[in-house]
Design a protein around this ligand. Structure first.
Ligand code: PMP
Length: 286
């Protein structure tokens, strides 16, 4: 696989950065993961814009326009076409390599830009009886208060993911100190009750997920399903008819078990199927 590092293309296994890179020492960076199916991206411009916003939020210099980023990433996917039909592109921009380990933002240091491609799964079938079902455990969200920034410092997320993983679950479902749903350790969350779809409002407690955005926009323009952003309590989550987790790699995934209990009737919901069809029909438009 061919990686991109600071303007150079080289086999991934040969790419090298300094141990003084602030991405390595401090997790001081911003990242993205963008899916490509059959060479076509989903949400490329929204991903690039979120990345540019993240760089601005932590004052890392951005040396590329959105169009230049698009060209770079599309080109890297083309160079890796032999890796398979469906690829994810990982983009990582750290503040760069300083001359010593020292907390303040260094001046006159060039950011490190690193990108590589990896194989991703085929999209799931649009069929309730065949789709992969997820099992979650809930736990209090103990990450930081800037979860809207897609930071490479993922230890908080990794520890929550592991809480689920170590008990055989697929993901951890997170709630804040007020017992309100935030998100998953690597995904956003939607709930369905009486045919109404809702997802937590976009604030500093959650990542502004691109899949979440595509779902909200495509369902609103389709007009057949009722969807809103609002505060959702864990009591509502536990009484929901359906629960979904969403991300660039999972798209919309139905959750049928939470803390060992069935979600709704324990089967994949019909609103999931309708929403996934709408999403699938328009995902390449974003
Ligand atoms: N929340 C968190 C914490 C995530 O890590 C991710 C996936 N990177 C998401 C939500 C989903 O975001 P997206 O739809 O942009 O992949």
């Amino acid at each position: 696989s061919i990686s991109y590092l600071n303007g150079e293309y080289q086999p991934l296994a040969e790419a090298r950065i300094s141990p003084l890179d602030r991405g390595f020492l401090f997790g001081d960076g911003i990242y993205e993961v963008i899916p490509y199916y059959g060479g076509k991206s989903v949400g490329l411009m929204p991903h690039i814009n979120r990345m540019i916003n993240g760089l601005a939020a932590i004052e890392i210099k951005n040396s590329h326009t959105a169009e230049e980023w698009k060209t770079l990433l599309d080109d890297l996917v083309e160079r890796n076409a032999d890796m398979g039909e469906n690829l994810g592109v990982y983009v990582h921009i750290s503040r760069g390599t300083d001359v010593k380990r020292y907390h303040p933002y260094p001046e006159n240091v060039e950011p490190t830009i690193f990108c590589f491609c990896f194989g991703i799964k085929d999209p799931e079938p649009l069929d309730r009886s065949a789709v992969t079902q997820y099992s979650l455990v809930s736990t209090e969200d103990l990450r930081w208060q800037r979860c809207h920034i897609k930071s490479t410092a993922l230890l908080g997320n990794v520890m929550h993911f592991q809480e689920g993983y170590s008990t055989g679950a697929d993901e951890a479902l997170l709630y804040n100190a007020n017992n309100e749903l935030t998100e998953g350790s690597s995904c956003n969350v939607f709930v369905v009750k009486d045919g109404k779809i809702s997802t937590p409002i976009q604030d500093n407690q959650i990542l502004p997920g691109i899949t979440r955005r595509i779902i909200l926009d495509s369902l609103k323009s389709d007009g057949n399903l009722d969807v809103e952003e609002r505060i959702i309590t864990m009591d509502e989550v536990r009484n929901a008819d359906e629960l979904w987790i969403t991300s660039s790699s999972k798209e919309i995934a139905p959750v049928t078990k939470l803390d060992g209990q069935p979600v709704g009737n324990g089967e994949v919901g019909e609103i999931w199927e309708q929403a996934f069809k709408v999403y699938t029909a328009s995902k390449f438009d974003f």
